[in-house]
Design a protein around this ligand. Structure first.
Ligand code: CAA
Length: 396
């Protein structure tokens, strides 16, 4: 078919590529931006210094619907799409990446997993509380010897007939000390490898569950990261998620969506640092003029903006795929890989633009540089994202 015929057909059928945000998306952006400025910004430096969990702010975010953004309203959620989730994550992360990771884990690793794969009873009992922020969730996959190599689970859940008996240790768990409900991945049958892994809902108050030491971290210091120990914790049978042996796939599927959230977090950190560098360069003077008038600085701003826009397109595309029922395993890995690298590069440059002021806490960008690093590590390191992308390419 000649090209002009194809184009005429597509025009007739109204096929367009639309880069605009809808009115609703713009309103969601403004609401999240307003919340970040008024509720997260005051005290963000202090919380970082003290490694203080933003409990009050998390409570407010629950009330406003930020903790169950994509959950169906019948379970107490906000019923939004993944594009809205990205927008909210970007706005929160521009100001406070510690608060935004709490939102991300609760939304995409916990609520999404439960809503998509949980039983109706599990949704009624747990999701309704998690989506409204009455309770906080955590996702427990990593172990001392199972980080990137997630199939090497040592935590065991032995089938005892009427319950499972959970034993083991989980590491670097976001919301570890503050959560009420934990999605725990464990080996139920070692012989079966990844097909012998299951996911369970565990309540904090159950006997044998112990919240271990809090990590003293480089960045996202306001988020609450702990080791968790399980010693003969009895899990009722009905708290297993999905069919027997579904746990590894549950973790992988859930993480694919989680990676969109972390990519959006990285995007927000980068955008926030860029805006600070841009604004600072317009007021700071050197050699008789504002430093933005020096090409050395103007070119840095141009590079930062360019890279952020490139990352934003990947992040939005992945969210769009999720919203449209297209497999997003590869696109979310690409979005996270790119956005996290951009976050790291842009924050380093933002510190550089600020000069000596960039090295002190008052100016925020040093915290953003420290916060950016984790986006290249959690929910799959950059190297893991390359495994996912390259396997996806070679499978096609
Ligand atoms: N969806 C469905 N199934 C999937 C899948 C996906 N996205 N990815 C893999 N699988 C399936 C495979 O098809 C395979 O099943 P079959 O044998 O039936 O075909 C099975 O899972 C095993 O897959 P692989 O052979 O690819 O597994 P692997 O051992 O080579 O590991 C990996 C692959 C991509 C490296 C994976 O282990 C991985 O993602 N590791 C990183 C884990 C991670 O992201 N951890 C982050 C911790 S959570 C966190 O950080 C949260 C926080 O608190 C912020």
């Amino acid at each position: 078919m000649v090209l002009k015929t194809i184009f005429a057909i597509s025009k007739k059928q109204n096929y367009t590529m639309d880069f605009n945000l809808s009115e609703e998306h713009l309103m969601i952006r403004d609401a999240a931006r307003d919340f970040a400025r008024t509720e997260l910004l005051p005290g963000v430096i202090e919380r970082d210094n003290k490694q203080e969990f933003p409990a009050e702010q998390v409570k407010k975010m629950g009330e406003l619907g930020f903790l169950g953004l994509m959950v169906d309203p019948k379970y107490g959620g906000s019923g939004m799409d993944a594009i809205s989730y990205v927008i909210v994550m970007e706005e929160l992360s521009k100001v406070d990446a510690s608060a935004s990771v709490i939102v991300s884990v609760n939304n995409s690793l916990v609520c999404y997993g439960l809503e998509t794969y949980g039983s109706e009873a599990q949704k009624q009992k747990y999701l309704t509380k998690l989506a409204t922020g009455q309770s906080i969730g955590a996702f427990c996959l990593s172990e001392p010897e199972a980080g990137s190599d997630a199939t090497s689970q040592r935590t065991t859940a032995i089938d005892m007939g009427d319950h499972y008996l959970l034993n083991g240790t989980k590491n670097w768990i976001t919301n570890g000390g503050s959560a009420d409900f934990y999605l725990v991945i464990a080996q139920t049958d070692k012989e079966k490898g990844h097909k012998g892994i299951n996911a369970f809902i565990v309540e904090k108050t159950w006997e044998g569950f112990e919240v271990g030491p809090k990590e003293d971290k480089l960045g996202i210091r306001g988020s609450d990261t702990h080791t968790l120990n399980f010693n003969d914790v009895k899990i009722p049978k009905e708290n297993r998620i999905g069919e027997d042996g579904f746990g590894f796939k549950f973790a992988m599927k859930t993480l694919s969506g989680g990676r969109i959230g972390i990519a959006a977090q990285a995007l927000g950190i980068a955008q926030g640092a860029y805006e600070m560098a841009r604004d600072y360069s317009k007021i700071r003077k050197a050699f008789g003029t504002e430093i933005c008038n020096h090409q050395a600085i103007a070119f840095k701003l141009a590079d930062m903006h360019l890279e952020i826009e490139a990352a934003r397109h990947l992040v939005m595309k992945s969210a769009w795929e999720k919203d449209n029922g297209i497999n997003y395993d590869m696109s979310s890995a690409m979005a996270k890989l790119k956005a996290s690298k951009v976050a790291m590069d842009v924050t380093v440059e933002a510190v550089q633009v600020h000069g000596g002021n960039g090295f002190v806490k008052e100016y925020h960008v040093e915290r953003m540089m420290r916060d950016a690093k984790i986006t290249q590590i959690y929910e799959g390191t950059s190297e893991v994202q390359k495994i996912v992308i390259s396997r996806g390419l070679l499978r096609d």
